[in-house]
Design a protein around this ligand. Sequence first.
Ligand code: ASP
Length: 582
Amino acid sequence: MLRTHTCGELRITDVNKQVTLAGWVQRLRDKGSVLWIDLRDRYGITQLIFEEGKTDPALLESSRNLGREYVILVEGTVVERPAKNDKIPTGDIEIKATRITVLNAAKLPPFTIEDETDGGDELRMKYRYLDLRRNIVREKLQLRHKMAQQTRTYLDAQNFIEVETPVLIKSTPEGARDFVVPSRVHGGEFYALPQSPQTFKQLLMVSGFDRYYQIVKCFRDEDLRADRQPEFTQIDCEMSFITQEDILNTFEGLVRHLFKNVKGIDLPSVPRMFYDDAMKLYGSDKPDTRFDMKFVEITALTKGKSFPVFESADLVVGICAKGCAEYTRKQIDELTEYVKRPQIGAKGLVYLQYKSDGSLKSSVDKFYSADDLKAWADMFGAQPGDLILLMAGETDTTRKQLNELRLLVGERLGLRDKNKFSALWVIDFPLLEWNEETKRYHAMHHPFTSPKPEDIGLLDTNPGKVRANAYDMVINGTEVGGGSIRIHDAATQQLMFSHLGFSEEEARKQFGFLMEAFEYGAPPHGGIAFGFDRLCSIFGGADSIRDFIAFPKNNAGKDVMIDSPSTISQEQLNELSLSIKL
Ligand code: ASP
């Protein structure tokens, strides 16, 4: 090896050792008679020192000319630093350099490669390989590596087998558009990239693999949204001869194993909540349970008092913000403006301040007596000093709007600490979801999810009420994983396809292979997939998944470093039997 040690390794106990280090010049500090260089590699930073009178003058002079990000090899002696730096592990020592070899010169980098950088987002994306030299970016990928290793350790111990499934396949319906790849050999025909390995993992169950997993790339061509990547990674799993209970226990085990072994945190056992309750109490199928602030419905108490907004509302529902009664008019106006933004679309907000002297003041005092208001406050279990915020309207819409407000108030009150973790299973999702655009029901999860047997009768009479054996894991208000118990017989699968509006012909064309497989002895099975990038970002206490991916796309779905997507030559188009008009 060219080096004897890494740049993160040497300590005071190494003083007097002759060492050779290799790395990148992070920065130079030239005081004339003394020159210091910070040398960086993946493992850390070590300071080099060159001193007039102690260092060979020619070496001192040539070292002055080293530029940022030069790749060098340095030989020298470990010495104790007179002024120690307790911010870095190697801060007690420095290297008295005796020889420098320049392994490669470097152009001046387009931004400073330090924890605090002057580079903007796009610039750093363009030079991602330089951004990855920064500790704080590299550490995120190291966390990812650890997460992947621990996932494998846990699943392997549980007898799961890692199996790779193909990438050039045909459509897997997970609710997004497919990325397609034209076939050259079969002109006019296309592969689709997997939105997930769903059908393959089910086939592996038919094959008797019993427990499968894969840390796998998935591709979904969805409309661009902040922090969404067209290709992302899942921890994809499937099990046979199990009930929903077994899946919940096995994968709660995985998440707790990860918390324990990656973060040293003992996560308590994961509570479960019915989908219907999540919607009623939090207005969301992924409630942030780091804080309470559950919804309280007071519809009945508000009727008959001529306040038009509440009179016409299906639902009057609110939250109680502890200790916020003294919010100023301006602060309340801000909250009102927030919920009135087009993205949320509420008409307004009613407030009730339970002042510390016990008096009650609301924005609807004209319509309601002090006794009415007190009855509301009691429903919330409010105390003097609390602020109640109410919204009203159509049930589902109002709940969703209040969810946004709850999250904002939670944020303002500092209740959404990134270093605190609260996990939750949301279970019993509806099987189907009405789509206003297409005017028909779509599978809420995917078409392979089994309805609860006791609800199958409702498929014809009240499809929206059919519950599925489907579950999501939520951490800190983010869905990190989801899955279901599957349909495993061809007849039920066919019934499901027909309810989803597939003709028999279409179903056979797209999924004939699966239905046929179900006729050759398919065991009962079910599974789950975790969004691996997202899980890593939550473990890393970050909002964005981007830095947990080595080479991510930007928010416009582009890789600005390699400039992709890009056009291809006419020759390639011809070969692929594609004609496009530009
Ligand atoms: N294939 C599903 C998904 O990607 C997960 C599952 O049902 O196991 O969401």
